[in-house]
Every structure is written in C-alpha cells, then in structure tokens.
Design a protein. Structure first.
Length: 314
C-alpha cells in the first residue's frame, strides 16, 4: 500500500487547515513560549495546492446545482451513476474543485453517483456571516443531498476540516450513511482543551493578519472559524460517532505537524483512539504523505473509497 509521494513543488498553503484554521501564508507558526517541546508548529511540509484558488473559478466539469437552505445558496456538483452515492467533502480553504482529478476515476471504478460541493463561503456558494459552525455545515450538506433526492446509502469522504462536518453529520444522520472515509481528518479525540488552546495560540498572528484583508475568501473563513474556536472545539471533542457507520481512517505519515513531534504524535494517537472507540473502523497510514493525502497519494485514497463502497452495507 506504500507509494512514493509525487515530487512537485507546492507553496506552504493553509498551514493550519487540518485544525479548521485557514491560511494562505507561507512559513511556520509557533505558539508563544520558548520551549520547543510544548510549542505547536504548523507543518513544515506544504499542504494543498488548490486546482482553483479558494472561492475562485472552477475548471470544466458538471454544472452546479444551486441548492437553497436557511437563507443561502450552495453549489453541488453531481456526476450521475447508479446504486450508492459517494460524497467528497474538501478540507479548509478548498472548494469542490479540489477533487476534480479523483471524481472521474472514482465514478469509472465504482459506477456510483459522485457528488462534490462548495461549503458556504467557498467556490460558488454564498457567504454566511458570523462564526463558522461545523453543525451548520453538516445541516447544509444534509439539506443539499435531500434536495438532490439522496436520502441514504451514502459514503462520505472527508478531508481535513471536513472531518468535523462528517462527525456532526454522522451523529445526527446515521441512517443516511453506509460508510465513511476520513482522510487525515479532524477527529474529536484530538481536540482536548490543552491542544485546542495550543492551536489558538499558534494561529493568533495569522488571524490578525487576515483581518487586514477580510475580503479574500480564505481570510474571511479564517476569521469566521477563529471567532468561536475554543467553545466550538470543546463541543466537538464530545461528539460521539454512531457505531452503525463503518469508517476507514487514513492518517498521513507526516501529519499536519511535520515540524512538531509532540503534536504529530497527538494527531496519530487521536486517529488510533478514534478507530479503537468503535466497531468496523480501520486505520490506514499513508506512507510518505504530507497532510495533503488526496494529492500525494490519490491511488491510496481511491482504493480505500472503492473498498468501502464494496464492503459497506447497501
């Protein structure tokens, strides 16, 4: 299952996106204090290079279905198939175009309907003022799927920040899901009070920089995510995922904290703890991969989705 990562340069992008804090700044972020063993650093290795700038245009593909929910519109992109539905949810700072290379391969391999979408404030979806809430994002996703006629037999594939959406979605709508693939995703076990405080400290300077140019989509999302970060992630830490939904957890070898061994270990431990917390959960390590697993190891991600589609109950 091991494959060497693709050798291509990428900018240091959305450094703390794995923790639902979005950035477009380069370099590393270090928390206050001089003790290296207790200061979280953002990953030294770069994260995702979007196929389109956050909030920007999309390359040719399915035309968006504009879904209205709770006073705003969301763009959903549907590649029609038969049988089950596979939904791909992007990480922080990314819109649906992040999956553009994987969608046709996944559709060809499974024959399933494949859906991607732009979360509120990204791509062609409307901006929603105020603090970003994963629960609201999960409700957006549910409403969009229902309006598209999808009410069950869904495999939800979630990268990075989308792990928060996925866990809230599964807690509230377990009967809609037949399986999940969590790709280096935010998991409740990681967000202890201590770790959440470290993230806030590490990202403080980036949040202040974003406030100087709030018109950019990524900056806008960073500001809205940071607004209620502590209480939101204390609540997320208590989310209980139902045992009825099988899950595959793919964790990157380098993690989002390639420059901080303490936080990298906690990230890996959280993934292992999540898998042990329920039945029908499998842990897979993406050897050689940065946090950007869908770009570094697309064949692995494709295989795990295919396996889940084949094994998950109909």
């Amino acid at each position: 299952m091991s494959r060497a990562p693709l050798k291509r340069p990428r900018p240091a992008y959305r450094v703390l996106s794995a923790l639902a804090l979005l950035t477009l700044t380069a370099g590393t972020v270090t928390a206050c204090g001089s003790d290296d063993s207790s200061s979280p650093q953002a990953a030294a290795s770069p994260s995702a290079t979007s196929s389109a700038s956050p909030g920007g245009g999309r390359s040719a593909g399915p035309k968006p279905h504009m879904i209205s929910h709770d006073g705003h519109r969301l763009a959903f992109y549907v590649t029609r198939g038969s049988g089950r539905t596979i939904v791909l949810d992007s990480g922080g700072g990314e819109d649906a175009s992040y999956w553009k290379d994987l969608v046709p391969k996944l559709h060809a391999a499974t024959g399933a309907t494949v859906i991607t979408y732009d979360r509120a404030g990204m791509g062609k979806s409307d901006v929603v003022p105020g603090a970003w809430q994963a629960e609201s994002a999960a409700d957006d996703l549910k409403s969009g799927l229902e309006q598209l006629g999808v009410t069950g037999n869904v495999i939800l594939v979630s990268h990075s920040e989308a792990g928060e959406v996925a866990n809230h979605f599964a807690e509230e709508n377990p009967k809609m899901l037949s399986g999940a693939v969590l790709v280096d995703a935010n998991l409740p076990q990681f967000f202890t009070d201590e770790e959440t405080a470290r993230v806030v400290a590490a990202s403080r300077s980036q949040v202040e920089a974003a406030k100087k140019d709030p018109g950019k989509p990524a900056n806008r999302q960073l500001i809205s995510t940071a607004e209620d970060y502590l209480p939101a992630h204390r609540a997320f830490h208590k989310v209980s995922r139902p045992d009825s939904v099988p899950a595959t957890v793919i964790v990157s070898e380098k993690t989002p904290f390639d420059g901080s061994p303490v936080d990298a270990r906690r990230w890996r431990d959280a993934a292992a703890s999540f898998v042990k917390a329920g039945p029908d959960r499998t842990l897979v390590t993406a050897k050689g991969s940065s946090h950007d697993v869908p770009k570094d190891r697309p064949a692995l991600v494709l295989k795990e989705i295919e396996d889940m589609a084949a094994a998950a109950p109909s």
